[in-house]
Design a protein around this ligand. Structure first.
Ligand SMILES: [Zn+2]
Ligand SMILES: [Zn+2]
Length: 372
């Protein structure tokens, strides 16, 4: 049975002994044959198998070793492992150019000249076959950014893939006469166009208690900022219009959040694009933003009242008891489990009614898809 499925899976991999402990031959994929030899231990335990790969196979599977090891642990038999191996190899071949002809020598000379023109000090990383390059770039405000480039063998006739953390889409314009310096200059121009956006968010990050994201990337447009005990505001800034009023959402008990919403509506005329984001938020909401360092954790808890943690997987406590004296936050999942376990709770469509685990006042839980 095992041999039959092995034969179907890898017809060119031939058993070398009667016990099926040693296989030698080829793994065929995409019209290529990769030499491979498999030695199983005496007890035929797959997780202790030794797989000897020829150099091209080893090269193709580079970076996939941990997945292979894991598959080896979990595959029920050799035939199903070989099937997994083929799938992984297929994916690996798609991601490398191992089967493509290596670049012409001009590729390397051209690239080295490009890097020389740009300055070696800007080069952060280059891989062994000169196909992946990372460049360091600093904008006029001293913020450092990283450009990741993936070049193919036809460089510079074809544009490299360029990835950089930006809040806006970015595509390089490219002609075969272009060099790395052109990419660098194009990225720099884009960075300068986003200066006001990052200035505004850097000021927020420095002068408020940002709850989310924990480590904002340069592409993040959103911040959830603590306003007081169990109340926060989420702003989503338009990277192209960072001085305009951002989208704002409040999170907290109604009696705290509603007055803030009213202030936002009635003071909207105070918003002055000349004043900067933080100052405008202060003026419009008529508040000061608390700093994390100024607050004792005990009197400023944002943690879930059920699991006592702030983060549950990626979720934050976004359900709040509406009773003015309570205002305790909970994770949606924690509150759901809690209410579900109580006979006094009831559910109607996607709303659950029950009692707050803290103050026993009525609490409602809207079951929604997980916030992204
Ligand atoms: Zn919780
Ligand atoms: Zn409560």
């Amino acid at each position: 049975m095992q041999n039959a499925s092995m034969l179907r899976q890898c017809p060119l991999l031939v058993p070398q002994d009667l016990h099926g402990r040693v296989y030698d031959g080829f793994l065929s994929l995409q019209d290529k044959d990769f030499r491979v030899r498999i030695n199983l231990p005496a007890d035929l335990q797959l997780q202790n198998a030794k797989i000897q790969c020829s150099w091209p196979l080893k090269n193709a599977l580079q970076g996939y070793q941990h997945i292979l090891k894991q598959r080896l642990q979990h595959s029920p038999n050799l035939a199903s492992f070989m099937m997994e191996l083929k799938t992984i190899l297929e994916a690996a071949l798609k991601n490398t150019n191992v089967l493509q002809t290596p670049p012409a020598p001009q590729y390397y000379s051209c690239l080295v000249k490009d890097i020389e023109d740009l300055g070696w000090d800007k080069l952060l990383f280059v891989d062994t076959d000169f196909s992946t390059i990372s460049l360091k770039i600093e904008d006029s405000c001293g913020r450092e950014h990283l450009i990741k480039l993936k070049l193919n063998a036809k460089y510079p006739n074809e544009a490299p893939d360029c990835s950089i953390e930006l809040p806006v889409p970015f595509a390089i314009s490219w002609t075969p006469k272009n060099t790395l310096k052109n990419i660098y200059d194009q990225v720099l121009a884009t960075l300068e166009s986003l200066k006001d956006f990052w200035d505004a968010l850097d000021e927020i990050d420095k002068n408020t208690w940002v709850l989310e994201p924990e480590k904002p990337t340069r592409s993040a447009t959103m911040r959830r900022i603590a306003l007081g005990t169990n109340v926060s505001i989420t702003i989503d800034l338009d990277p192209r219009h960072p001085t305009m009023l951002p989208e704002c959402y409040f999170l907290g008990a109604d009696h705290v959040v509603n007055p803030l919403k009213d202030k936002l509506n009635s003071n909207i005329h105070l918003w002055d694009p000349e004043n900067g984001l933080l100052q405008n938020l202060k003026d419009v909401l008529e508040i000061e933003f608390p700093l994390r360092s100024n607050l004792e954790k005990a009197d400023f808890s944002m943690d879930c009242g059920i699991c006592y943690a702030y983060r549950l997987e990626s979720a934050i406590p976004d359900q709040v008891c509406d009773d003015p004296r309570c205002g305790q936050p909970f994770h949606q999942a924690c509150l759901y489990e809690w209410l579900r376990g109580l006979p006094s709770s009831r559910q109607s469509f996607n709303v659950m009614y029950g009692e707050c685990p803290y103050c026993n006042k009525p609490i409602t839980l809207k079951l929604s898809a997980k916030r992204s």
